[in-house]
Ligand binder design. Structure first.
Ligand SMILES: [Zn+2]
Length: 361
């Protein structure tokens, strides 16, 4: 029986039956209208002490981990990633994207794979830095993992999109190649290019980083791995190929080889989240550029930066790990498709909310 009521007269038994169905349908509609457990995008910024490990969990429960932290330390970084996955209710990580083959990004992959099932590994292809021994070791261990035949493997190029439900994840850079054309809605002249400093070509794996722009409804998040300033200039000058973003995952842990003014002023993030360690990343000059970029509301950091000192760090409430014994505190971003979001600091157990902007940026 369909869910509607009729106005024409019917016998009592008919009206009673319709009434019961209407009540049942109403209850069903009400329960259907209640938000499922996962209406939002959850992003966990796992503390891997100056490497990267960022876990995206889409509203339908699909997961993308960007990088796996360091090797060694009895699986410290893999354990922290698995703890975040458990918090998100995952028993498997669908996609693990390795931005590049430096050991603070790919190093934790074998330990992670021992602890939790992984569906597909994604990367830029070959290691291009064969002169650096730790990089070669990390690459070899990763190749052994792929050779086990247990995982799907996807090599991506700029312009590809990842097959993740609910998100639009566009590859911006891969293996040194960048998107040829501006993203939809982008392509404006970038005023920050005027008199901008030029940077020498980086010869390391950093410049090969897989970078992504992840869109969820109206929200845009940029993660360029450790992409260096020379590549940023190609992306942002003379026209801004990326457009503006809501959240900038500060490249390269906030080290001064990345985050040129042309990039940061061009993307004009509302919030920046830096995956620095106490003694890795968090350069004062990067902090100056990010903190003074137009439209910035807050910088969040995984660690207090020793190099930044009292003048180049945000207030303590925006920092997951202060001085002292490392507790592995994390930051968590929860976002709605409307563009509103909040950031949770597991150390303070406090959340800051950011409303959706009323006018498009
Ligand atoms: Zn790195």
């Amino acid at each position: 029986m369909p869910c509607f009521t009729r106005s024409n007269p019917r016998p009592f038994w008919w009206r009673l039956a319709v009434g019961i169905v209407a009540i049942l349908c109403g209850l069903a509609t009400l329960s259907g209208a209640a938000p499922p457990a996962y209406m939002s995008l959850h992003v966990y910024f796992v503390d891997v002490e100056g490497g990267q490990a960022t876990l995206f969990v889409s509203p339908s429960g699909q997961s993308l981990l960007i990088d796996t932290g360091w090797p060694g330390n009895n699986g410290r970084d893999a354990d922290r990633i698995v703890a975040a996955a458990k918090k998100a209710g995952l028993n498997k990580i669908d996609y693990v994207l390795i931005t590049h083959f430096h050991t603070d990004h790919v190093g934790g992959a074998p330990q992670l794979a021992e602890r939790i099932p992984v569906g597909t590994f994604i990367d830029h292809g070959e290691n291009r830095e064969s002169t650096d021994e730790p990089t070669v070791q990390g690459w070899k261990a990763y190749q052994q993992l792929l050779a086990s035949g247990k995982y799907k493997h996807l090599v991506v190029k700029a312009g590809d999109t990842l097959p993740i439900r609910d998100l639009r994840a566009t590859i911006i850079s891969s293996d040194g190649t960048l998107i040829a054309n501006p993203l939809p809605g982008a392509g404006q002249q970038n005023p920050a290019c005027k008199n901008a400093e030029q940077f020498p070509a980086d010869k390391t794996e950093n410049a090969r980083s897989v970078g992504l722009l992840i869109a969820f409804g109206r929200l845009r998040i940029l993660d360029l791995g450790d992409l260096t300033k020379d590549k940023e200039m190609e992306l942002m000058c003379p026209v801004n190929k990326l457009g503006k973003v809501d959240i900038y995952i500060v490249s390269h842990h906030g080290w001064n080889q990345s985050s040129s003014r042309a990039l940061v002023d061009g993307i004009a993030p509302r919030v920046s989240i830096m995956d620095n360690g106490a003694k890795k990343g968090g350069s004062p000059s990067t902090w100056e550029i990010v903190s003074k970029s137009p439209g910035l509301e807050d910088i969040w950091q995984l660690h207090f930066s020793d190099e930044g000192g009292p003048t180049h760090n945000p207030p303590a409430e925006f920092i997951a790990n202060l001085d002292g014994p490392d507790a592995g505190n994390y930051l968590e971003l929860n976002a709605q498709a409307s563009g509103s979001f909040e950031v949770y600091n597991s150390r303070t157990q406090k959340t800051k909310r950011y409303s959706a902007l009323t006018t498009p940026r």
